[in-house]
Design a protein around this ligand. Structure first.
Ligand code: NAP
Ligand code: G4F
Length: 319
């Protein structure tokens, strides 16, 4: 039986990836950090089928211990300080976890299990102030936040460990992907959660920042399949994973409110508090390499994604 270590297993992607790999028959180990209240809600339904190991991306010995204990054939590094807005408030922590944390785990793999295949959660945020549209694996990087430049450092670390030590390390340059399990501070979930609260009379308005920003939004359940496919290839490589369609924050809000029979214009207010020091205005990915080499295709459309998220939040508030 193949064994796998997932960092960030308590996050959105970690939970979907763990479900996928359980279906594939993997023995699953997840690295979790100590919190005052455990954050296991996304993996509650599979807790009996996986093993959790305490560890933190800022702590080398706990990472090494997790690798020794799990003896993984595959390692998925999904853990990060992943919220772009917070990265301006906590730039050093973001660099430590999201950037250096990746080097710590690469070092761990190099010493403890050098034959393990490694996946790095790279990000379309690295394209930042985009140099061309759509963005592909050869597009120049121009990060626009401490999160963006921490991910870029991690991205290049992954490539350098591949080239220096012959490690099977791949970067998935994933564009935004969402789901009903998306953290509540990210704009899509903030919107669908607010739609449900407004619908049920628990809120009167929704305050957002830049409504013009455009993102290539896909479904997280589809994107974790691409991660797994990357590690099944003979050779490690880097891949853009995206839908090839882009929509503005305003369009997302309009559709989400409409799904609940509400007019978004009546409820959405703009608030300077949510405007970022520097913005990534437009992301649109070209995933033709992933399609060609991995045979990967997104299955859930933008409209289906919005509907799925709104319906789940409406159900949650009904309860
Ligand atoms: P997420 O829901 O925010 O999950 C992040 C995970 O990292 C959580 O499990 C969190 O643990 C863990 N973590 C945070 N700090 C840690 C630390 N110091 N040590 C160990 N674990 C730590 O993120 P996601 O949306 O699933 O994204 C997964 C990865 O893909 C992230 O690296 C993200 O930056 C990257 N990415 C995401 C997208 C996207 O659109 N979702 C796109 C491109 C790249 P707690 O539960 O304890 O907080
Ligand atoms: O949902 P967001 O916070 O996601 P963002 O910044 O694009 O980052 C996400 O995707 C990246 C991939 O490109 C990941 F690497 C990263 O980990 C994360 O998952 O914001 C999306 C857009 C931004 O342009 C933001 O300025 O929505 C705009 N926005 C407008 N009002 C808002 C709000 N974002 C948030 N979070 N909250 C608002 O009120």
């Amino acid at each position: 039986m193949k064994s796998v270590l997932i960092t960030g297993i308590t996050g959105q992607d970690g939970s979907y990836l763990a479900e996928l790999l359980l279906e594939q028959g993997y023995e699953i180990y997840g690295m979790i950090r100590r919190l005052s209240t455990p954050n296991l809600s996304r993996i509650e339904h599979i807790l009996e089928k996986i093993e959790l190991i305490e560890g933190d991306l800022t702590d080398q010995s706990s990472i090494n211990n997790a690798l020794k204990k799990s003896q993984p054939n595959e390692v998925y590094n999904l853990a990060a300080q992943s919220f772009v807005a917070t990265s301006w408030n906590q730039p050093v922590l973001t660099g430590d976890v999201t950037g250096l944390g990746t080097v710590r785990i690469l070092e761990g793999v190099r010493h403890v299990c050098p034959d393990a295949r490694f996946y790095q959660a790279s990000s379309s945020e690295m394209f930042g102030k985009v140099n061309e549209t759509p963005q592909n694996e050869n597009t120049m990087f121009y990060p626009r936040s401490p999160y963006g430049f921490a991910k870029l450092y991690a991205h290049w670390a992954c490539i350098n460990y591949r080239e220096s030590y012959g490690m099977h390390s791949s970067n998935g340059i994933l564009f935004n992907h969402e789901s009903p399990r998306r953290g509540i501070e990210f704009v899509t979930r903030k919107i669908t959660d607010a739609v449900a609260r407004i619908y049920h009379g628990a809120a009167k308005e929704l305050r957002l920042g830049n409504l013009e920003a455009k993102r290539d939004w896909g479904y997280a359940g589809d994107y974790v399949k691409a991660m797994w496919l990357m590690l099944q290839q003979k050779e490690p490589d880097d891949y853009v994973v995206a839908t090839g369609r882009t929509h503005s924050v305003g369009e997302f809000a309009e559709l989400a409110f409409r799904e609940a029979g509400l007019d978004w214009k009546k409820y959405v207010k703009t608030d300077a508090k949510f405007i970022r020091p520097a913005e990534v205005n437009l992301l649109l990915g070209d995933a033709s390499k992933a399609r060609r080499v991995l045979g990967w295709e997104p299955e859930v459309t933008f409209e289906e994604l919005v509907k799925m998220m709104v319906r789940e939040d409406l159900k949650r508030y009904e309860k």
